[in-house]
Ligand binder design. Sequence first.
Ligand code: UDP
Length: 235
Amino acid sequence: MSLKYHRILLKLSGEALAGESKFGLDYGVVTNICKSIKECADLGAQMAIVVGGGNFWRGRSSGQMDRTRADHMGMLATVINALALADALEALGVDVRVQTAIAMQAIAEPYIRNRAVRHLEKGRVVIFGCGTGNPFFSTDTASSLRAAEIDADIILKATMVDGVYDSDPNKNKDAVRYDELTFKEVLNQELAVMDSTAASMCKDNDIPLLVFSIDDPQNIVKAVKGEDLGTIVKE
Ligand code: UDP
């Protein structure tokens, strides 16, 4: 089986793990996503995952709280999701390692780039928790940072919409979906693909990004194989 992409940085939003209730974890949904991740690994793709935390907490929506502390809480939320993914993957027989940007040695490895690459080369799935480890950043930025560090072929951004639109498709029924964009267009038109810090990092480091819907987790496998779906953003 020929794969279009070999080393993948998969970005999963926290919301994608929550299912219908939009909050917390739906283990059935998590397991279905993990089945597709396993399928990719079985096909020979090296799978690194950055997971969000929005199904529990988002620093920027914390109201009165000090932003730095609220972001610390958001990063902890990503660790909950990372551990849930690891558990579901292990239950499917996948070899998996969690690495966190903030050390918590009792439950995960610390993030060490060379070690992460070694795990990938050995066919292990690596899940990065705690985003970048810094407040005022997002897990999208963590995805572009880790993708650059591990020299990923592409970032696969599995989201709640099936690509990038010129306006919010949930609010505007005439919204038009793009097949292809450049990061310059994303930044200039302020398209809601990822935050500008993350988009700039992808642009500067020439990392392509494919945005597609996680509604059907099989889309992850299709994306890795290079099938036509979603919106591709590249320079
Ligand atoms: N966060 C952070 N630094 C990072 C990544 C994440 O402070 O490098 C915090 C931030 O509060 C963010 C939360 O973790 O709101 C959850 O991440 P994100 O909002 O990116 O998750 P998603 O929306 O993808 O589920």
